[in-house]
Design a protein around this ligand. Structure first.
Ligand code: KDG
Ligand code: MG
Length: 408
């Protein structure tokens, strides 16, 4: 069996999805997602210029060897651009493997450990009351877990994942007004004084059963993060995400020494080498690496297996930046993983997205049920794709009030 061709598409409804389609001499094709939010053209170009020419002629069934070929062959290892490109190839090869076997990918991983996988949604509000409305709407829709973010009184601008206007909770993430980032202004002290009480009010309003998650988005120093994690302990969060940037991995020790609040980290990691020490030292509770820029199913499974040895559960990144293809890859891992925790989930559901990526993965009552179709169980409609093209966009940058550049 041979790979005969591969094509890359960039674009999508309100997103620049990077979709790889690998063709074979047996009529079977595979799909992969290389979307690297706000840097989308780079993995696309990497695939086109460096990887696809070598891929043609290879046997697609040898997904492990092909992964090693590109990873080791690059010499300059890792990095989100390369790992997103390798990840897309890897997903497409698992898709082909499943289609050839006539089995959904989760069967090739070891079968199902559960029927439905719990997901969490993003509730957000310009202020706390606005956020409460957003949480209530998700509970009404059947969600058992929500991530909560709200505007902080006196904060000079809206913060991470918070809308500027009340009632605009669906419109806070993608800024397609050009490549130059907009600037947010941040004040950690104001946040630390306000947010623990706000989280306590959310717990009081919605009761003990709701799983409440909160994302600090790398904004606190290690000591501040320890103070915050300790202050929110009585709220019994499901997790506190990215409390401090994890480049300094030892910093996580300080948080652990001061608090039992569960910690989730890893959405910016792209290999096992960024999280193996955090996992082995049991400094985190959930690992957030995504199938996309985490090198696909082959590499992410390695991380999940290591995590399982150390009581660390999965909580894969699933921001709207990932296409339904990598969400499908994660759905198969979620169905199998003995140490599944939760899945962030926002992608599927819009009619435009469903038309571009038809699939039978289904979301019901805050759970995702994996498709039984052979392979990844998601398709890509090239006719639909023809109406989309790359739209320049950017993440905001963050400054402190005196102008110092901070972490987005
Ligand atoms: O591209 C950046 C987003 O994916 C990120 O800001 C989302 O933090 C995020 C999350 O938890 O979904
Ligand atoms: Mg996050």
């Amino acid at each position: 069996m041979k790979i005969t061709d591969a094509k890359v598409f960039v674009g999508g409804p309100a997103k620049n999805y990077v979709t790889l389609k690998i063709f074979t001499d047996q009529g079977v094709y595979g799909l992969g997602d290389a979307t690297l939010n706000n840097r989308e053209t780079l993995p696309a170009q990497y695939l086109q210029d460096y990887l696809i020419p070598s891929l043609i002629g290879m046997d697609p069934r040898n997904s492990e060897d092909i992964w090693q070929f590109f990873y080791r062959g690059a010499y300059f290892r890792r990095g989100p651009i390369a790992m997103a490109a390798f990840g897309a190839i890897d997903m497409a090869l698992w898709d082909i493997k499943g289609k050839m076997a006539g089995m959904p990918v989760y069967q090739l991983l070891g079968g199902k450990s559960r029927e439905g996988a719990m997901v969490y949604a993003h509730a957000t509000g310009a202020d706390l009351e606005d956020l409460m409305d957003s949480v209530a709407a998700y509970i009404e829709d059947g969600y058992k877990a929500v991530r909560v973010q709200c505007g902080i009184p006196g904060m000079p601008t809206a913060s991470y994942a918070v809308p500027e206007e009340k009632g605009d909770s669906k419109n806070y993430m993608t800024n397609f007004s050009g490549i130059r980032p907009k600037v947010e202004v941040w004040d950690s002290d104001r946040y630390i004084r306000y947010m623990p009480d706000a989280l306590a009010e959310i717990r009081d309003r919605f009761g003990p059963e709701l799983h409440i998650l909160h994302d600090v988005h790398h904004r606190l120093l290690p000591r501040e993060a320890a103070e915050f994690a300790k202050a929110v302990e009585p709220i019994r969060l499901f997790w506190l995400e990215d409390p401090t940037p994890a480049e300094d991995q030892d910093a996580l020790r300080l948080i652990r020494q001061h608090s039992t609040t569960p910690i989730a980290i890893g959405e910016v990691f792209n290999s096992i080498w960024e999280c193996n020490k955090l996992i082995e030292n049991e400094l985190i509770d959930y690992i957030r690496v995504a199938a996309t820029y985490g090198g696909g199913i082959t590499h992410l499974k390695r991380i999940v297996d290591l995590a399982a040895l150390h009581h660390v559960k999965t909580g894969f990144h699933g921001a709207p930046s990932h296409s339904p293809i990598s969400m499908a890859a994660q759905a198969h891992l979620n169905a199998w993983a003995p140490n599944f925790g939760i899945q962030e989930y926002l992608v599927l559901g819009t009619p435009e997205c469903n038309a571009l990526f038809p699939s039978e993965h289904r979301m019901e009552n805050g759970m995702v049920f994996v498709s039984e179709a052979p392979g990844l169980g998601v398709d890509f409609d090239e006719n639909e794709a023809a109406q989309y093209s790359y739209q320049p966009g950017s993440h905001p940058v963050v400054r402190l009030q005196d102008g110092t550049l901070w972490n987005y």
